[in-house]
Structure formats: C-alpha cells, structure tokens
Write a protein that binds this ligand. Structure first.
Ligand code: GRF
Length: 203
C-alpha cells in the first residue's frame, strides 16, 4: 500500500510539522508530507519544509478578494500534490467552507488544551488563569467551528503551582509532538471512524 500523502498548513514555527515529518522519515508512520502551505511569508515552517526537500508555498490571503478565493488556491495546491489528509499545525485561521468541502473529515488540528475546555488562541494561558490542575492537548477533526470538531486523541499533563504560560506550554508541546504523529498514523492505517461527535479508534 502507498504512503498517505499529507498536506500541512502552518502559520508559524512549525514544531508540530517537524514532528510529523520526522515520524514519516523514520518510517514510524506510513505517510509522507507532500506539501506545506503557509499564510505567513516568514513562517519558519516554510524553511523547515525546505530543509526537508518538501515543496513549500506561501499563499497570501491579502491578495485575494475573498477567503473563498484564497481557499480555492489552497485546495488547488493540495490537490496538485495529491494530498489525502490535511494537518493544521499552528495554522491561525478558521477553516472555511471550501476547504472543508474538499476534505470532509480529512482535516485535523492540534490544540494545546483539553477540549472542550479553553478553545481559541490562548489555550495554555486560559487554563493557567482558570486554575485547573490538569491540562494537555487535543487532536481533533476540523469542522466549521473554532476547535469544536470530533476529538481523535488527547493527552494530559499536570499544571504545577509555579507554572508560567511558557513552562506549561513547553510541557504540553512535548505531548503534542507525540500525539499528532500518532493521530496521523491511525488515519493512515484507516483506523479512525467518525460517528457523529465520536471518533472510534479501530483496534
Ligand atoms: C501549538 O501549540 C499547537 O497546539 C497550536 O499552535 C501551536 C503551534 O506550534 N495550535 P508549532 O508551530 O507547531 O510549533
């Protein structure tokens, strides 16, 4: 069986992209990153793709009349690279209708909190401010909402009394780098079944 072709959308430093690329190149998951797309010109994720010899594209939303037009180009690039699964890795935009339609239940995201708690841009900061004792990360399928899609995998970490946003984020990030490749692996193995809000992991 051929390897699953993954397209990664990232806006920033791309450490989750790196974790997925590393797992692919180690042969730990039957997948390969086929293309990386960023909506930010200087995103380090684009450089990481370049170092790995993976095609990297910057698509500038500002140059399009609508988000729909922007997404049409993103989808075109993904399709040109025969992408079968899209992974959002620090992609700082809500996914719109066009992308969702092109990849139904085939777009994943990683969020740095135990959803449905603390969705949005500051998962770690919000968890800390709320005073929870446990936080973590969530890999989920993407729907039209902000961090609302069916949950695939979660990992928990303790929140310590002397944590800062940075120390908590670092503890969570370690788990993100383990969890995201694991979710991609399950998808590549055809072991994820979406039943409404639930994602069954087939043994
Ligand atoms: C991660 O914390 C991820 O959970 C969130 O954005 C951050 C991206 O980090 N969605 P990186 O770009 O993968 O290093």
């Amino acid at each position: 069986m051929g390897k699953l072709r993954v397209g990664v959308l990232a806006s920033g430093r791309g450490s989750n992209l790196q974790a997925i690329m590393d797992s692919c190149s180690l042969g730990a998951i039957p997948a390969e990153v086929a293309v990386v797309i960023s909506d930010k010109a200087g995103a380090y994720a684009l450089e990481r793709a370049g170092f790995a010899g993976i095609p990297a594209h910057f698509v500038d939303l500002k140059t399009f009349e609508s988000k729909g037009d922007y997404e049409r180009v993103v989808v075109k690039i993904l399709q040109e690279h025969r992408v079968q699964l899209v992974c959002l890795a620090g992609y700082m935009r809500l996914v719109g209708e066009h992308l969702l339609k092109a990849y139904p239940n085939k777009i994943m995201n990683i969020h740095p909190a135990l959803l449905p708690a603390f969705p949005g841009l500051h998962g770690q900061r919000d968890a800390l401010a709320y005073g929870v004792k446990i936080s973590g990360c969530t890999v989920h399928f993407v729907d039209e909402g902000m961090d609302t899609g069916p949950i695939i995998l979660q990992a928990a970490v303790p929140v310590l009394d002397d944590d800062t946003e940075e120390t908590l984020a670092a503890r969570i990030l370690e788990q993100e780098h383990r969890l995201y490749p694991e979710a991609v692996k399950l998808f590549a193995q055809g072991r994820l079944q979406v039943m409404g809000r639930k994602v069954l992991v087939i043994k």
